[in-house]
Design a protein around this ligand. Structure first.
Ligand code: FDA
Length: 304
């Protein structure tokens, strides 16, 4: 089922259909903070008051024209302005295919550099999200390049990729901040572990390396077993809460988000907003069968 939802996330015809269904909109609201910036600022303020840190994602990916990529970077510049103006967390997450990676890597890099340069003026941090394995090398190259020039840039490593142990060691040596996640795309067995158990074991190993030697790692997971293991490790090794953070997605395990913040951890919520929610939403359905049941129940109720 997971693979089917990830496949559907890449189908434009399904995207057009779903955007015409009023029903999907109410379901999407669970995972997407707002359709526009003003409503998202209200959601961000609520999270701030609840003691949660945030990173903002302007939804969109796989753009095919320079004009669309430039417009997407411009939207990030407006977000950074608004975050600074409202005294909100200066932290954004950016996908390179939204910035024109599939058009030209140099163009994409220049586009992201505009965001990074503006972020530097207000002390904001830019995280470069990781997409499917065909983009891993290009994403790491651009992240390294921008980090070398501007500092406050980090990247994401996916524990399901076989290469990630090597990438983590290199990023530790380069003092680049890593967000560790399991990975959300359909990947072939040649590059990714075939079972969830293997990806989870890989996560635990990489997490330990990052906590022991990495630069302020972000542990992005809702997996209570892994979170428990992280907490045990930091307690045992005397690693202070200021040396790492937990991260979760907007609308997922709010109870756990609040519990970790209350326990004194930095808990950062990934807050997506905008009209281009379809691929993001489908990946969230793919992650948990219960989300699909929730969609089906709502459909049945609305038809009844
Ligand atoms: P797992 O999938 O094993 O889930 C553990 C438990 O968490 C489930 O049993 C359920 O209780 C809960 N849960 C997980 N997902 C849920 C959902 N969608 N709805 C409801 N409950 C859910 N991926 C990527 O490829 N590139 C990236 O850049 C990022 N960035 C990113 C940032 C942040 C802050 C997070 C939290 C995640 C990402 N991801 C990502 C997504 C990530 O790779 C992964 O797909 C999801 O986090 C789900 O994996 P878990 O680690 O939560 O474990």
């Amino acid at each position: 089922m997971r693979a089917g939802f990830v496949w559907a996330s890449q189908r434009e015809s399904l995207e057009r259909l779903s955007q015409r269904l009023p029903l999907t909109r109410s379901l999407v609201r669970r995972f997407v903070a707002g359709q526009d910036l003003p409503s998202t600022l209200i959601a961000l303020e609520r999270l701030r008051v609840a003691g949660l840190a945030t990173t903002v994602d302007v939804l969109g990916e796989s753009v095919s024209t320079e004009a669309a990529a430039t417009a997407a970077a411009d939207r990030y510049l407006r977000v950074l302005d608004a975050l600074a103006e409202h005294g909100l967390d200066g932290n954004v997450s950016v996908k390179l295919t939204q910035m024109g990676l599939d058009i030209d890597a140099g163009f994409c890099r220049r586009n992201v550099a505009r965001i990074v340069e503006q972020a530097a003026t207000t002390g904001a941090f830019v995280r470069i999200d990781m997409e499917d394995h065909t983009r891993t090398d290009a994403t790491l190259d651009i992240a390294r390049d921008l980090h070398a020039q501007h500092g406050d840039v980090g990247v994401v490593i996916q524990s399901y990729l076989r290469r990630s142990a090597e990438d983590v060691e290199a990023l530790i040596a380069e003092r680049i901040r890593v967000r560790l996640c399991k990975g959300a795309y359909n990947e072939p067995a040649s590059v990714a572990f075939a079972t969830k158990a293997q990806s989870d074991e890989s996560y635990l190993r990489l997490m330990e390396r990052l906590l022991m030697a990495g630069e302020y790692p972000g542990l992005a997971t809702h997996d209570e077993r892994i979170i428990g293991a992280a907490r045990e490790l930091v307690a045992r090794e005397g690693i202070g809460n200021e040396r790492f953070e937990f991260q979760m997605l907007y609308g997922v395990r709010r109870d756990l988000q609040e519990a970790l913040a209350a326990a004194g951890h930095t808990m950062r919520v990934y807050v997506p907003f905008g009209a281009e929610w379809y691929p993001y939403f489908m990946r969230r359905l793919a992650e948990r069968p219960a989300n699909v049941l929730f969609v089906l129940k709502t459909l049945a109720r609305d038809r009844g």
